[in-house]
Design a protein around this ligand. Structure first.
Ligand SMILES: O=C(O)C1=C[C@@H](OP(=O)(O)O)[C@@H](O)[C@H](O)C1
Ligand SMILES: C=C(OP(=O)(O)O)C(=O)O
Length: 421
């Protein structure tokens, strides 16, 4: 149990954030598939990133760290032929469970995958069926499963409405398939499209030809993936709880190094948080948010930026008017069923949250002390921390689960509050 610190004054802090999980894990995998040694700088060090590093090493690449500090690590990556015989632990990392199997299908031996208990429930079926269609032998439709390549590539249709990562995973390794790949989505809209855009842009930056001109169709041409020297952007989704702290305390938080242009969904905070009453400006130091002393409810479709939902829901629970969050049915397949978890935990503290088919309706009520469970979900834990800023006596269970993407969270939170004025 972590007694969530209450804010005694408006926060006034600059919060440097480590690298993006999504960029780090794509960059490492592309470096391991590249045509020569490359560098991934200021990479995130966290459970999900460590699992990716271990997976790539067990498939035959060398990853050598240098310049390691709390803000990240520089990796020198020496790609090797993709080899079978490995057993890969994906933990609870969507980026490992969906991005590594298509790469493993390049090996001509068997590769076994398993993960945390809840990882076995996360959607994998459409990706594993796609790998079968493309020529791999796959045993299993969810974790645990085994893959035996090599596959040849070609055309495949899948329903990616459960997760954009099902598409990203296929695209990331596809230039190394003999025939490349054409992926067609057929089903309800794909969530988290900015993450597919991130995949496409990172492939193009590595010299891979990608055609995404037709809606829901992606074509990756076979060819080399160029070795690169890449610096990872700060994780903008992990900016959410810190920016939220400025909102609920009527303070100011500055995030250094906010990119001018990015495919990270966290960039949508610049638009969403002003709709909830914040003032957001770009300053020479980075992105600055100032809270107005009160939080407004919001009606928002978060389909493209689902990973922001837990912190937005926490803010909504502390707002002065009701909120409706829509378009996020796929959050039921995230680290936990996030819609059920948010409703249960906010209601446990005296809130009034109901689940809809694709989101949440949140009617603010005065909240009281109690335990906020995190369900092994880093973003549930940070949502609990936000609520605890203004509700005395909130205890967040398993704050250590923030290590999935931000191992230093509790220390950074204390540091931010220490800078309160
Ligand atoms: O490709 C990625 O890096 C991610 C894609 C999204 O997954 P879903 O499409 O499953 O929401 C996002 O929620 C996740 O945190 C990271
Ligand atoms: C959904 C998330 O993670 P994952 O990469 O495991 O899907 C997330 O970080 O919010």
């Amino acid at each position: 149990m972590w007694p969530a610190p209450e804010a005694t004054a408006p926060v006034d802090a600059t919060v440097p954030l480590p690298g993006s999980k999504s960029v780090t894990n794509r960059a490492l995998l592309l470096a391991a598939l590249a045509d020569g040694p490359g560098e991934v700088r200021r990479a995130l060090r966290s459970r999900d990133a460590d699992l990716m590093v271990a997976a790539l090493r067990s498939l035959g690449s060398e990853l050598i760290p240098s310049d390691e500090s709390v803000s990240g690590v520089d990796w020198h990556v020496v790609p090797g032929p993709v080899r079978g015989g490995a057993s890969i632990d994906v933990g609870l990392a969507g980026t490992v469970m969906r991005f590594v199997p298509p790469m493993a299908a390049l090996a001509d031996g068997e590769v076994a995958f398993d993960g945390d208990p809840h990882a076995r429930k996360r959607p994998m079926g459409p990706l594993l069926s796609a790998l079968r269609t493309l020529g791999a032998e796959v045993v299993g439709d969810a974790l645990p499963f085994t893959i035996r390549g090599p596959l040849s590539g070609g055309e495949v249709t899948l329903d990616a409405s459960a997760s954009s990562q099902l598409v990203s995973g296929l695209l990331l390794a596809a230039a190394r398939f003999d025939k490349g790949v054409t992926v067609r989505h057929n089903g309800p809209p794909v969530p988290s499209m900015p993450h597919i855009e991130m995949t496409v842009r990172m492939l193009r930056s590595a010299g891979v030809r990608v055609d995404d001109g037709e809606r829901d169709v992606w074509r990756v041409e076979p060819g080399p993936i160029a070795a690169r020297d890449l610096t990872v952007e700060p994780d903008l989704s992990n900016a959410a709880p810190f920016l939220a702290a400025a909102m609920v305390t009527g303070g100011t938080v500055t995030i250094p190094g906010w990119p001018q242009e990015t495919t990270q969904p966290g960039d949508a905070l610049r638009e969403l948080l002003p709709r909830m009453g914040a003032t957001v400006t770009r300053v020479p130091e980075g992105l600055r948010l100032t809270g107005g002393g009160r939080v407004d409810g919001i009606d928002a479709d978060l389909h493209d930026v689902g990973e922001l939902t837990p912190v937005i829901a926490a803010l909504a629970a502390l707002a002065g008017s009701p909120s409706t969050l829509r378009g996020v049915a796929h959050l039921r397949g995230h680290e936990t069923d996030r819609l059920a978890a948010l409703a249960t935990e906010i209601n446990r503290l005296g809130g009034d949250v109901s689940e809809t088919g694709d989101g949440l309706v949140i009617r603010p009520r005065p909240l009281r002390a109690g335990v906020f469970h995190s369900y092994a979900d880093h973003r549930m834990a940070t949502a609990g921390a936000v609520i605890g800023l203004t509700v005395p006596g909130v205890q967040v269970e398993d704050i250590a689960t923030t290590a999935k993407t931000l191992p230093e969270f509790a220390r950074m939170w204390a540091l931010m509050l220490g800078e309160a004025r």
